[in-house]
Design a protein around this ligand. Structure first.
Ligand SMILES: [Zn+2]
Length: 239
């Protein structure tokens, strides 16, 4: 079965649309960033979908607001036994309290935190955030340079940042790229998808048909990578 897809921007909210052989239009709001996905019957066109989304905008905004204010699943106590994700794999945290500097090591399916006894949960979370950034800093150069060669462009500057609503950002004038630190918790396929997505903005600003075609050409399995990145929806509505 062939599926068509499109990106729409409705009042500043990016919407992924997939056209399928279904009866009803279906809207999902996905954690952690409030990504909005619409599954639409094939008989509808982009304008009709846009209209449907506008009508449901108050509901969509409510869901996104809830996501932002919901207690963060990531507000962890940083104690032995907790699950933490590293490159898409679940690791069991083991805390080893001992004098010296705070640092993390991977040991099989364990993420080991070495830290002095008196560090607070907040300090340990900050250390984990720093470690995730370091993971990304080490992984990104190889991915970026492979795609610089493939697409015959150069990325003059990139930055890792914590962002609430985006996995990545591209400034087309300066060609500066930003990547969300949360990507270090996802499978490396997801990081590559975001790198290619942001670099594709060098050629096309909007998430329109042309953008989708370029993505299909560069990274044919980008849809499944995107789904892997965005997980299951927090809220769904069918009508
Ligand atoms: Zn984009």
């Amino acid at each position: 079965m062939s599926t068509a897809s499109a990106y729409l921007s409705v009042r500043g909210i990016d919407i992924d649309v997939v056209y399928k052989d279904i009866k009803n239009l279906h809207i999902g709001v996905y954690p952690p960033l409030g990504r909005v996905r619409v599954a639409a019957p094939e008989r509808l066109d982009d304008d009709q979908v846009r209209l449907a989304v506008i009508q449901r905008l108050p509901w969509i905004k409510r869901q996104r607001e809830q996501l932002k204010t919901a207690p963060r699943q990531t507000a962890r106590e940083m104690i032995t036994g907790e699950s933490h994700y590293v490159w898409g794999l679940r690791k069991r945290l083991k805390v080893v309290e001992r004098p010296g500097h705070t640092h993390f090591e991977i040991d099989g399916d364990r993420l080991v935190l070495y830290t002095p006894r008196d560090t607070t949960a907040e300090q340990r979370r900050t250390a984990l955030d720093r470690w995730h950034r370091q993971q990304l800093r080490e992984a990104l150069p190889a991915v970026i340079s492979a795609w610089e060669q493939a697409l015959e462009v150069s990325v003059p500057k990139w930055t890792i940042r914590r962002m609430k609503t985006k996995w990545g950002l591209c400034n087309r004038e300066s060609r500066h790229l930003w990547f969300n630190v949360e990507l270090a918790k996802k499978h490396p396929d997801c990081l590559e998808y975001i790198v290619v997505h942001e670099m594709t903005h060098y050629f096309e600003r909007n998430h329109g048909v042309r953008f989708t075609k370029l993505m299909d050409k560069y990274l044919p399995d980008w849809r499944s990578r995107r789904d892997q990145l965005n997980g299951s929806p927090l809220a769904e509505e069918t009508w």
